[in-house]
Design a protein around this ligand. Structure first.
Ligand code: NAD
Length: 349
């Protein structure tokens, strides 16, 4: 399948395939839009079954970044990089430098940061060869650093807004909340939910992550195949995409869904399936924008952690606007969010 034939290619500006024979780097950078500014979005290092799957992922994620950045009010377009991980191969410092040179070669049309499988240390390495990178260790009080805690902050505030809207709850206290995935974002989210007095049920495939979260926050643990179907008020997906689908949705008991995972709906029809079951879905790229807000303010320079906090505090208001508009127009929350994001991007072109 070529770039032009790929069903996920919906008006992407360009896609770039890179190969560095010396280090074995194979990377794809998809640029969906630069209408509002440089295409910004993290680099994901992942083991894909084949190149077509990696390309589709890059295209899908890049488009999501355009929408996410637009809805977060950032002067950025949308792009994404994927690095194809090889089984049993530990990536070398040279490989990350080679990736940095790929980013540099795009002359600033794409700005990278960390995503799944990448660390702040990797960003520091990449910074040696390009300035088009964020998610670096911050100076005291300035914007920057690992975006995950900021993403968790936004998800927490977004869940408060969603629970208020759907359940009439003035806080998350005593609400039963199931969290799928307690990695970087999920762990920090659980900390905040625990402090807010929520009753936590968690699951993860990584026993270290699971034990740490159970021990620190007294969470109840269930098997990975059970977490989506727990008898809870709120479900927060913080692991994988496409978990909301024709198979899972009929069995979900939660009335509110909101979490950091990207592309939670497997298909656009799944938004309708959720609405048919009266489940309020907080569109993923609206509720999980905290990390990119931090990355973006760091990249702009001269911004503080307080500035990041101020911008993240706008997430619940944006979600509320999506929820209210969806009700008024008898529309789906994911459709309303897409339309709002497209209006913002079109106004910038
Ligand atoms: P992470 O890799 O640190 O955490 C993901 C966790 O999910 C891991 O602990 C992993 O073991 C677990 N997991 C994997 N498969 C699972 C399964 N089947 N059931 C239960 N748990 C499973 O990643 P993260 O940075 O915390 O990001 C989580 C999600 O949020 C990802 O989808 C990511 O793309 C998205 N996201 C992250 C950020 C960020 O700032 N880190 C920002 C926006 C979106």
């Amino acid at each position: 399948m070529t770039f032009f034939e790929n069903a996920e290619n919906r008006g992407h500006e360009s896609i770039h395939h890179f190969h560095d024979a010396k280090t074995g780097l194979r990377a794809i950078i998809a640029i969906h839009s630069t209408a509002l500014g440089p295409a910004a979005g993290g680099a994901r290092r992942w083991q894909y079954d084949n190149e077509a799957e990696a390309t589709t992922d890059a295209l899908r994620l890049a488009r999501g970044m355009t929408y996410k950045n637009a809805m977060a009010g950032l002067p950025l377009g949308g792009g994404k990089a994927v690095i194809l991980a090889d089984p049993g191969h530990t990536p070398s410092e040279e490989m990350f430098l080679a990736f940095g040179r790929c980013v540099e070669s795009l002359g600033g049309r794409y700005v990278t940061a960390e995503d799944v499988g990448m660390t702040m240390g990797n960003m520091r390495t990449i910074k040696q060869v390009t300035d088009f990178v964020a998610g670096l260790p911050p100076n005291e009080g300035s914007a920057g650093g690992d975006p995950s805690p900021w993403t968790a902050d936004g998800v927490f505030l977004g869940l408060e807004a969603a629970a208020k809207h759907r359940l009439g709850a003035n806080s998350l206290k005593n609400l039963r909340i199931a969290v799928q995935g307690v990695g970087k974002v999920g762990y920090d989210l659980c900390r905040q939910l625990h402090e807010a007095g929520a009753e936590l049920t968690i699951s993860d495939v990584n026993p270290v992550h699971l034990d740490r979260t159970r021990a620190d926050f007294g969470a109840r643990v269930v098997a990975p195949e059970q977490i989506l179907f727990e008898d809870v008020d709120v479900l927060s997906p913080n692991a994988l995409g496409a978990i909301l689908n024709a198979d899972s949705i009929p069995r979900i008991k939660a009335k509110v869904i909101g979490g950091a995972a990207n592309n939670q709906l497997a298909t656009e029809e799944d938004g309708q399936r959720l609405a048919d079951r009266d489940i309020l879905y907080a569109p993923d790229y609206v509720i999980n924008a905290g990390g990119i807000i931090s990355v973006s303010l760091e990249y702009m320079g001269n911004k503080t952690a307080a500035d990041v906090r101020e911008q993240i505090a706008l997430i619940p208001g944006r979600l509320e606007e999506v929820f209210i508009t969806a009700e008024k127009q008898q529309q789906l929350t994911n459709v309303v969010a897409d339309a709002m994001a497209e209006r913002i991007v079109n106004a910038g072109t």
